[in-house]
Ligand binder design. Structure first.
Ligand SMILES: [Zn+2]
Length: 482
């Protein structure tokens, strides 16, 4: 540690907003002249940073739902990012990209089998898109508990990043890495970000005329060891227009000029294995001063009455339990172990296996076509049931925003799939529980949002009209998974 090192981790992510019934992104007000914010932020941030080569000098993760969108809608940008990642691996022997649980779920609030699915799906999605196994994983909102860390370690993840307020013990080694020992006998390395400097770059970058000025001010006197900043990647170009050039100058010119070695996390971990053991503060995160209350009960992190958050989570949790019960029964009737099969279903979603090959790989090729169809519909229901829990639904202050609507829409999609598969109708209970999910700001309930989603899906032909519903309607079933 005889010289100063610098690492910037960028968390690149957007709340998913595609309609689960149509798969399409809605046109978004405020994104003009672009169709939606994904297009706008690609133009302002992802593409320019890729073209400048910045992804090759930072540590980063791209949320799998965003990575899917970029790879399909701006393949050149995505290929440029992956190419710089491959070059990093070729030069240093390790990747500079981290994986992420696939649906950005607050994992401490998820049951163990959902943690396992989110991490496994995140790993497979990373392997599929990046072409190597991930050794680091970014936790959504850096929300953490020991069980989550153990799931990561069991999946071959060597390290994650937390914020300094989430770790306790001897932190005299600054960002570490530190060792966290787990009850299972496994362990994982924890990097600790510098909260003050990370926030300074995130929120005050505009106060510095150039990156040289920031280096002189922020890093003066740092002569050895690592400085680790972690922030939203969209800081560079979207939140601050033109800041992709700030980042480029910082990484390629001003840090080296000031004597810093620009590094990435796995490189640093290999050169400086952890020697000090620390404890984590469970149920903490980088974006809520009240632990994980922001995504559970609501807290003062968002203005006004946020009691709808607890009510929405309860409505979703109850549906998740019901969907799981129906699915597990269907899977067991087919002679399958439900949760291993569900975890492996990511291979179908990523296009690695078609449905028939997937069934054959799990010894289920003997199923009748009705039984196979029922099982595949329930696996689809399990997929949308995972999407219900994206953290973004609970992040903001208002129930009628797009993000909570997305959670309810995915629950509606999962409920439709269950109905198509088995005839079980979970919608009455959902509508009842959504009645107490209330936006006191505008006087709208979750039930009204759900009914509007179903009415829109009916208009588009994605949900049958009530008088057309037979039990179970196979033609509708097929249409909804197409
Ligand atoms: Zn809070």
């Amino acid at each position: 540690m005889s010289q100063p090192y610098f690492c910037l981790h960028g968390h690149f992510y957007q709340p998913p907003r595609d309609d689960p019934f149509t798969g399409k992104m809605p046109r978004e007000a405020g994104a003009e002249p672009y169709h939606d914010f994904n297009v706008k932020i690609t133009a302002e941030c992802y593409r320019p940073n890729a073209l400048l080569g910045n992804f090759g000098r930072i540590s980063y993760n791209i949320g799998p739902t965003l990575a899917k969108w970029i790879s399909e809608n701006d393949p050149l940008t995505f290929e440029t990012i992956i190419k710089s990642c491959r070059q990093h691996k070729k030069k240093y022997g390790v990747s500079n990209a981290l994986a992420q649980p696939v649906h950005h779920t607050i994992l401490p609030l998820a049951r163990l089998r959902d943690k396992l699915a989110q991490v496994k799906w995140g790993v497979v999605s990373f392997e599929h898109r990046v072409g190597c196994k991930p050794h680091g994983m970014w936790l959504p909102e850096t929300a953490v508990d020991y069980e989550t860390l153990d799931v990561l370690a069991a999946a071959g993840i060597r390290f994650t990043i937390l914020s300094d307020e989430q770790v306790q013990g001897d932190l005299s080694q600054g960002p570490g890495p530190y060792l966290v020992k787990l009850d299972s006998g496994r362990s994982i390395a924890i990097f600790v970000r510098d909260r003050f400097l990370s926030n300074q770059l995130s929120f005050d970058i505009g106060r510095y005329p150039n990156s040289q000025a920031w280096v002189s001010s922020a890093l003066a006197g740092h002569t050895k060891g690592l400085k680790l900043l972690a922030t939203d990647g969209e800081t560079f170009g979207h939140h601050h227009r033109g800041a992709e050039h700030f980042l480029h100058d910082l990484l390629w010119r001003d840090l080296p000029k000031a004597g810093f070695e620009v590094t990435t996390l796995e490189r640093y971990l290999d050169e400086h294995p952890p020697t000090v053991e620390v404890d984590i503060i469970e149920y903490s995160s980088w974006s809520c001063g009240h632990g994980v209350a922001r995504w559970l009960t609501g807290c003062e992190c968002t203005l006004g009455d946020s009691r709808w958050k607890g009510a929405l989570r309860r409505a979703l949790d109850i549906r998740a339990g019901e969907i799981d019960r129906v699915y597990a029964d269907v899977a067991r009737e087919c002679g399958a172990e439900p949760w291993l099969l569900r975890d492996d279903y990511i291979d179908v979603k990523m296009g690695r296996l078609d449905e028939q090959a997937f069934l054959t790989a799990h010894g289920l090729e003997h199923l009748t076509s009705d039984a196979a169809q029922r099982l595949l519909l329930m696996l689809e229901a399990e997929f949308y049931r995972q999407r219900m829990f994206t953290s973004c639904a609970f992040f903001f202050e208002e129930l009628t925003r797009f993000e909570p609507r997305y959670a309810i829409a995915n629950a509606a999609k999962a409920i439709e799939l269950v109905k198509n598969a088995t005839g079980d109708d979970l919608s009455d209970g959902f509508r009842r529980d959504l009645a107490v999910v209330v936006s006191t700001r505008v006087g709208v309930t979750g039930t009204e949002i759900y009914d509007a989603i179903i009415a829109s899906a009916r208009t588009n032909g994605h949900v049958p009209h009530d008088d057309l519903v037979q039990e179970p309607d196979k033609s509708v079933a097929l249409a909804s998974v197409a």
